[in-house]
Write a new protein. Structure first.
Length: 423
């Protein structure tokens, strides 16, 4: 390794050490008061639930705690590359305060957050502050070695750590201690910040509780998937029975009549033959539509992006589609995403009153993310019976999530995410 390379490595390491110390200082000075505030408000609000007042305040307070915990999860990912999974049970947005309070207090993740707040303001505070102390405290020792100890001591013994400073030789001992601390900071500061977030992950990650919640969610989504598949099979059977099958039966009857009329009434036989030909064309068209509804050919041949573009071209409302996909997902994931987008776009056309729709598809951080925005009247909710609940169940089969933001007056933003890899 040449000199320039070594200097670059040292410079990068120093930058990493300083950055870790500053981040730890921010966590200790900014996050600690917030942790105390969140814990105190949560405990007081929960204590007032039996009196009725807590029913009104608890949902808002615990929602704030969740947002604060999500901020720490995001910092863990961005600062240390350590993802912390969030596993909260969904809370109905349009439910009464009592229902929201019951759902929140019955969620194990709520009590996990409160335990984390208690630890974050004690052991978490120490692990966050230690990197900053280890880096910045040695500079006080250098100041002592420079002779400033005389002013600071003012005739008394001045302690730098465990070193009593009374004269210049002992001040040099303090400087040597500072050098040791500075070398320790060079080696340990980033690791100490990582240790802080490991503690955070151990408390917020959930462990066995998260596994239990995961099993519960997967059980529900599997049941929904089975129900959805059964309903889809019944729909296909009904469409075949009422559509193509009925036309084919009628065509068979016409052909039987034609066979009897060929010698007796050729003109009538030709008319029935023409009718049978039309029935065959219509039956074939219905079969094509049915197959297209099961799995559109453009989706199988061109992928999700082009399938959504083709879908947008058939809408009566101008729709702009943006696709940023570097490959293709597995066929079941593409199919689920396609029909989810189709349902959202259909809802936007039917219910929103919008005159413009935007659809964006991208893949980032192992997640297929689709957003559909319209400039309509808003007011859409998952519980409103507009098909969004079915979309949520469809995505849940693949561990996907659905988020809806639709204030009164619009706009409406529907976000769908499915974890997957692109080929």
């Amino acid at each position: 390794m040449n000199t320039d390379t070594k200097s670059d490595v040292v410079r990068d390491r120093i930058r990493e050490v300083v950055l870790a110390a500053v981040r730890g200082l921010v966590l200790a000075l900014v996050m600690l008061p917030l942790s105390i505030l969140c814990l105190v408000l949560s405990l007081v609000s929960i204590a007032f639930v039996p009196l009725g007042l807590g029913i009104l305040t608890t949902p808002a307070v615990l929602d704030g705690v969740r947002r604060f915990a999500d901020v720490r999860r995001r910092l863990s990912q961005e600062w240390c590359g350590m993802p912390i999974r969030s596993s909260y049970r969904p809370v109905p947005e349009d439910a009464s305060p009592w229902t929201r309070t019951v759902v929140l207090l019955s969620d194990p993740a709520t009590w996990r957050d409160l335990r984390w707040l208690a630890v974050d303001m004690t052991a978490g505070y120490v692990t966050a502050l230690l990197p900053a102390v280890l880096l910045f405290y040695p500079f006080e020792g250098f100041a002592v070695a420079a002779g400033l100890w005389r002013v600071l001591a003012d005739g008394h013994t001045y302690w730098y750590g465990f070193v009593p400073v009374t004269d210049q030789p002992s001040a040099l001992g303090a400087a040597a201690t500072a050098v040791v601390l500075l070398l320790a900071a060079y080696r340990l500061t980033p690791r100490l910040l990582t240790a802080h977030f490991r503690l955070t992950r151990a408390l917020l990650g959930g462990g066995r509780e998260e596994l239990t919640e995961r099993v519960r969610v997967l059980t529900e989504t599997r049941r929904d998937a089975v129900d959805t598949s059964a309903a889809e099979l019944r729909r296909i059977e009904r469409d075949l029975h009422d559509g193509a099958q009925a036309r084919l039966v009628a065509m068979g009857m016409d052909l039987g009549t034609i066979e009897m009329l060929l010698d007796k009434d050729p003109a009538q036989a030709r008319r029935l033959l023409s009718q049978a030909r039309r029935n065959s064309v219509e039956a074939l068209e219905e079969l094509r539509d049915l197959v297209r509804g099961i799995h559109p050919p453009v989706l199988a041949e061109r992928g999700l992006g082009d399938a959504v573009r083709a879908l947008a071209l058939r809408l009566p409302v101008p729709t702009e589609v943006t696709v940023e996909l570097s490959g293709r997902a597995d066929a079941p994931v593409e199919s689920a995403a396609y029909f989810a987008v189709s349902e959202v776009l259909t809802n936007a056309v039917k219910h929103s009153g919008a005159d413009r729709i935007w659809a964006d598809l991208l893949h980032a951080d192992g997640m297929l993310r689709v957003t559909v925005t319209d400039n309509g009247r808003g007011g859409a909710t998952v519980a409103a019976g507009t098909g969004l609940a079915g979309i949520e169940r469809r995505l849940g089969t693949f561990d996907g999530v659905l988020a809806v933001s639709s204030p009164a007056g619009g706009p409406t933003l529907v976000t769908m995410e499915i974890p997957c890899a692109l080929s």
